[in-house]
Every structure is written in structure tokens, then in C-alpha cells.
Write a new protein. Structure first.
Length: 88
């Protein structure tokens, strides 16, 4: 919604409030882990996970049974979650 002078209110304050509320619900280990992810560089971690996934799937002669397929799916799930975290 626009203000009287035609400007829109800053949504960054709202997102900071939401982020603060989420951080309050985390325990100290979870909070430290997320901080370490951000410090390391989420984009770099995503690229690393994709590389490992692709090497395992496309560049090996290994046979994949159910546990290996689940592990590869878990890698994909992890990098997609990290991508969403990086966007926020």
C-alpha cells in the first residue's frame, strides 16, 4: 500500500522483524550453524553440493541402489533449502 506522498513503506523492516522472530525460536547451536552457513557463503556451498551430486551421478560407474538414491536426493534437498535461505 502506498503512503500519502506516493511512496511504499520499507519492507526491509518487516523482513528483519520476521528474521528476528525466527532467530528467537532457534536454540544457540542452530543459530550458530546458520551464522556459519552465511559466513561461509551460501552460494559457494550450494555450488559445492551440486558438484558432488553431479560427480556422483554422472561421472562414476557406481551402481545406485535405494540408499544411494536417497543420499543424492538429500543433497538436492539441502542445496535447494540453502538457495531459499540465500534469497531471504
Amino acid at each position: 500500500m502506498r503512503t500519502q506522498n506516493g511512496q511504499e513503506p520499507c519492507t526491509c523492516l518487516k523482513s528483519k522483524a520476521v528474521e528476528t522472530e525466527i532467530l528467537k525460536s532457534l536454540n544457540s547451536i542452530e543459530e550458530e550453524f546458520i551464522g556459519n552457513l552465511k559466513f561461509q557463503g551460501i552460494e559457494e556451498l550450494v555450488n559445492s553440493l551440486k558438484m558432488i551430486h553431479d560427480f556422483a551421478l554422472y561421472h562414476t560407474d557406481l551402481c545406485f541402489d535405494t540408499p544411494e538414491k536417497i543420499a543424492l536426493f538429500n543433497l538436492k534437498f539441502l542445496w535447494e533449502g540453502l538457495e531459499q535461505l540465500g534469497k531471504s
